[in-house]
Design a binder for this molecule. Sequence first.
Ligand code: F0G
Length: 452
Amino acid sequence: MMSENLHQLRCFGCGSRIAGAEARPDFRCAQCGDLFEVEYPGWSQRGGHDRPNPGALKWLWRERRSSGESLDESGVWRFRELLPILENFGNAVTLREGNTPLYRLPRAEKALGIDRILAKHQGMNPSGSFKDTGMTAALSVARERGFAWVACASTGNTSAAMAAYAARAGLRSLVLIPEGKIAWGKLSQAMDYGALTCQLKTDFDGCLKVLTEIVNQEPIYLLNSVNPYRIEGQKTPAFEIAEALDWNVPDHLIVPGGNLGNSSALGKGFREMRDLGMIPRLPKISVIQAAGANPLVRSMAANRGASLEPVEAHTRATAIRIGNPASWRKAVKVIEESGGSCLDVSEAEIAIAKAEIGAEGLGCEPASAVTLAGLKKLRSQGVVRPDETVVLVLTGHTLKDADYTIDFHRGTLLTDDEKKGLEGGLDALRRNAISLDATPAAVLSVLKGMVG
Ligand code: F0G
């Protein structure tokens, strides 16, 4: 199966264009140092030969859901007409990513007085996070271009996804992670899938800096979200959301913000659908950060995202413990053009929201819970109205960071200062495990008054 080579790379800063294979190993523009974005020139000519036909695609993509072909079974490659990044789709490395569930959150709907709150649970991907959708895309490019090694700096999920896809493809992978600052579930995955895993005595931003120098010296393919093909894979959940809503769009899409690749990717997905006439408009896309790791929030408040000052990041939501986000300019564009918001939430607000998502029977990792915490703020500010439809993007599985969950329920997660004013809400959500004698009487004494 051949695809014509339809794509080129356009610099997000200076607009200069290069062929895909011409990118530098660090994916920075040689002219201005900014990041690239994949562009499909054939789409812009209305009636042009390569311009995708919305009606035909909607039909085709749905048909593929009942196909047994491995490309069709992927919730990324099912949409391959909108990501023609491979010379040959036979090079795709897939683990059946995507096709993740879109769940209602009835308790949150009731509590917040909002008609429809949906959770797009990207934690239900093969390695347990949204990174799989981007990894299948970019790692397939690495394989097609003949690389033997791939690498990333990570707060844990990117490394888990990369290690898994590299193992499937028979490539070697190098992981740089900040020592002591990633969740055990994620570290264990990198080991399980056989990556060369290096813990560096620095933070995520420091790891990415080191790795940038390494890929400039060795023939190793960089798989952080500065790689524009990652973004192409990560835009596909936008297609899934629109498809699930019968090609309507939600009023609001709420996304956690770390290195800001994901918000950029989802924004690109919705933008492309709108430009091709598949959906009528964009959802308002809001980005939520942890208060201790909020460089974008500060930048938006200070100068509407014209410049960004890196911060030293601290949050227990280690996935988004990032002070110098690479894709911030792309994220600013998405927020601005969609009319979204950018705000931050405290450690206690994250913990409460995470327990509430757990109580819906779904669960998620801490970084994902910033979405519900942010929604509460947007609702109380009147930005989200009662009759609207909201989609929260839950980025990672609850088992990624079981320590956090256990500490929360034991009551040891937060400091007294962090809890201040929220003690009642926190205590009501705690469900600590109880140690008992192994007798029916002991268990019955705990159940007393609760059953019946
Ligand atoms: N949620 C989770 C669970 C994540 O792992 C990340 C990022 C984000 C949200 C933020 O997404 O960076 O695209 O803005 N994790 C990266 C990693 C940095 O290395 O796994 P973003």
